[in-house]
Design a binder for this molecule. Structure first.
Ligand SMILES: *C/C=C(C)/C=C/C=C(C)/C=C/C1=C(C)CCCC1(C)C
Length: 245
């Protein structure tokens, strides 16, 4: 039996509500990517298998959250802030693991990973407080959250990770590092821009509040699927190189 409310929900997708459509596409894209990364593990060499496993976990966890976020949005028309932050709290530390795995063969230490995870959790907890604490406080919490973000940028450009990459003469690592820097600065910066559409913040009035999910859904696709594909292509070319040698 189909209920009238369900028809109204699907109406949002059929009538081209862009937010609803990106939740719908986001869910399928995350799901398909997870399947792809899990299956492709068998085409790459040993140390890359873990990287692909982590990419599969990141997109798989996101797929489950997109499933719930899509339905929540369809049913209420509101932005699913809590699901979003639960997702990020699991997937962003996993992305830090991904950065660590890239540099580990060249001597990255567990302490570096630990610092990145602490900074990302700090960024997300303060960001969540900012999104839920109302119009008067969201700029302040956004600024505090950005400090965590800037610390991660610092680690990648000038801290432990940068030093390791400089010390190695691996072409593969340098290529991966170059891409990593682009994702961290351009890809990740879409999130704070999305945050700024909240009422009382810098871009409110320029974009509708509901567009926050357009920014976040776009950024997730770039950073979770795009970054996973970049790792995959480095893994494939390194595996081929090793087979020839
Ligand atoms: C897969 C999900 C990812 C890579 C999420 C990344 C999220 C951020 C980089 C969020 C950053 C934020 C700020 C820098 C300030 C405002 C609040 C946040 C949490 C949106």
């Amino acid at each position: 039996m189909i209920y009238a409310t369900e028809i109204a929900d699907f109406d949002k997708i059929i009538n081209g509500d862009p937010v609803a459509i990106t939740f719908f596409i986001g869910y399928m894209a995350m799901f398909a990517s997870a399947v792809f990364f899990f299956f492709e593990r068998s085409s790459v060499d040993g140390k890359w298998k873990t990287s692909l496993l982590v990419s599969g976990l990141i997109t798989g966890i996101a797929a489950v959250h997109y499933y719930y976020m899509r339905d929540f949005y369809l049913a209420t028309g509101n932005t699913p802030t809590a699901f979003r932050y639960v997702d990020w709290t699991l997937t962003v530390p996993l992305m830090c693991v991904e950065f660590y795995l890239l540099t580990k063969p060249f001597g990255a230490k567990g302490s570096t990973l630990f610092k990145l995870i602490i900074a990302s959790v700090f960024m997300l907890v303060t960001g969540f407080i900012g999104e839920t604490s109302g119009i008067d406080n969201n700029v302040m919490w956004g600024v505090i959250s950005t400090l965590g973000y800037l610390y991660i940028v610092y680690e990648v450009f000038m801290g432990d990770i940068a030093k390791l990459a400089k010390g190695s003469n691996s072409e593969a690592l340098n290529k991966a590092m170059f891409l990593l820097k682009i994702f961290i600065t351009l890809g990740w910066s879409i999130y704070p821009i999305g945050y700024m559409v909240l009422p009382g913040n810098l871009l409110s009035g320029v974009f509708e509040v509901s567009s926050i999910d357009l920014f976040y859904n776009l950024a997730d696709a770039i950073n979770k699927i795009g970054f996973g594909l970049v790792i995959y292509s480095v893994a494939i070319s390194e595996t081929r190189k090793a087979a020839k040698a």
